[in-house]
Design a protein around this ligand. Structure first.
Ligand SMILES: C[S@@+](CC[C@H](N)C(=O)[O-])C[C@H]1O[C@@H](n2cnc3c(N)ncnc32)[C@H](O)[C@@H]1O
Length: 374
């Protein structure tokens, strides 16, 4: 089955100029020549989030971009999540003022889909909602304003560059494929310990892998012993990312959706090369040093680490669930309402549902972790 066409939330700026990326590559090389080798997490942050970096150029997501997400399949994903958010709002005393918090909202399409469904299906809930997008990159904040102009005019949308500036409100977080885009460290087993891998100068003037030295316990204390040469990723700053988001919601619900595993699966002995990948024009690659800034870099999420970071903020994480099961449960009333209908519009919605839930498409690839906040 072919996924439905991607929506256009804003005009594409994907790879607008290879000059910008060439600049970035030169800047990274110059920085490394000046300061010496750097950790992979710093290299990844430069490639994705510095001026001229991949996300700083507001890349298109979907068919005309480098990868699909559940949001780019069509509006159904956001509409089903909106039903879950409205259910939470009703179950928590229908607060007059409440917040939906979205980090990594990219071009604002998920916000638009959620707000659209709240308007259509839950008008009482939408009247007091503040949809807060946490977006540090100006090009993406601009794209969100273009997508959400009507909701901005209605005073429902707020943009902040950090969740630190938000006073707590009752509400819910929705984060789709954000954690996989957070910078990670790369470590390699020596058999009896772990080395941290970094990026240094290559003899020919380009970039090359190097060993920075023994990896700190903050990165490796929870890793199982593995044979020499086993490589993997670790995100040691997950707590710094989730804590300000958790503080902005009280009481709250968090819905984290991403590809990943629990710790045991993640660091399985058979996964000797980790999970990292690059994406460009829907082709996955494994050369993380190739053309800095011109391709996405990602790695799976350690959901055990996420659960621990949430618990440290007072959160109560539930069990990990495949997206297929989670969305199918949310969709039950809607699916019942479709019985007996076979008009083209209904079939198009059903195709979206199948893409989001079929195990061979997005249904088994993504996992959902909900957590309650006091
Ligand atoms: C793979 S894209 C997913 C975009 C969107 N959520 C979707 O599902 O289509 C990852 C997004 O996370 C954003 N991101 C990464 N780190 C972030 C941070 N610290 N705060 C907010 N957004 C961040 C990136 O800019 C990018 O928009």
């Amino acid at each position: 089955m072919t996924p439905p066409p991607a929506r256009s939330g804003f005009e594409p700026s994907r790879d607008p100029s290879s000059a910008e990326s060439a600049d970035l590559a030169q800047q990274v090389e110059a920085l490394i020549a000046r300061e010496g080798p750097i950790g992979f997490d710093r290299f990844m942050a430069l490639c994705l989030y510095s001026p001229g970096g991949y996300y700083a150029r507001a890349p298109r997501i979907g068919r005309e971009g480098d990868f699909f997400t559940s949001v780019s399949v069509g509006p159904l994903f956001g509409r089903l999540l909106a039903d879950r958010l409205a259910e939470w709002w009703r179950g928590h005393g229908r607060p007059e003022r409440w917040r939906i918090l979205e980090p990594g909202g990219h071009d604002g399409c998920l916000a638009r889909d959620i707000l659209g469904q709240l308007e259509d299906g839950h008008p009482q809930a939408v009247s007091g909602v503040e949809y807060a997008l946490v977006e540090p990159l100006e090009a993406l904040a601009r794209a969100q304003r273009a997508t959400l102009d009507r909701h901005l005019a209605a005073g429902r949308v707020r943009q902040v560059d950090s969740a630190e500036s938000l006073a707590p409100l009752p509400g819910a977080l929705v984060a789709n494929e954000v954690l996989d885009a957070l910078p990670f460290r790369l470590v390699e087993s020596t058999g009896s310990g772990w080395n941290e891998l970094g990026v240094g100068p290559a003899p020919d003037g380009g970039l090359a892998w190097c060993v920075l030295g023994p990896a700190g316990g903050d990165a490796t204390a929870l890793l199982p012993r593995r044979p020499a040469g086993y490589r993997t990723e670790v995100r040691t700053r997950l707590g710094d990312f989730v804590a300000p988001l958790a503080r902005a919601l009280s009481p709250g619900l968090m819905i984290w959706i991403d590809y990943g595993f629990d710790r045991e699966d993640y660091y399985h002995e058979a996964r000797t090369e980790g999970t990292f990948r690059t994406f460009r024009e829907h082709r996955a690659g494994d050369d993380l040093l190739d053309s800095p800034g011109r391709r996405d870099i990602t790695a799976h999420v350690d959901f055990t680490a996420l659960g621990e970071a949430l618990a440290a903020c007072g959160g109560r994480p539930g069990g990990l669930e495949p997206q297929a099961r989670y969305l199918t449960r949310l969709a039950e009333p809607w699916l019942r309402s479709l019985e007996g209908r076979s008009d083209p519009a209904t079939l198009a919605w059903v195709r979206q549902f199948q893409t989001l839930t079929h195990p061979a498409q997005l249904g088994a690839r993504f996992q959902v972790l909900e957590a309650a906040l006091p």
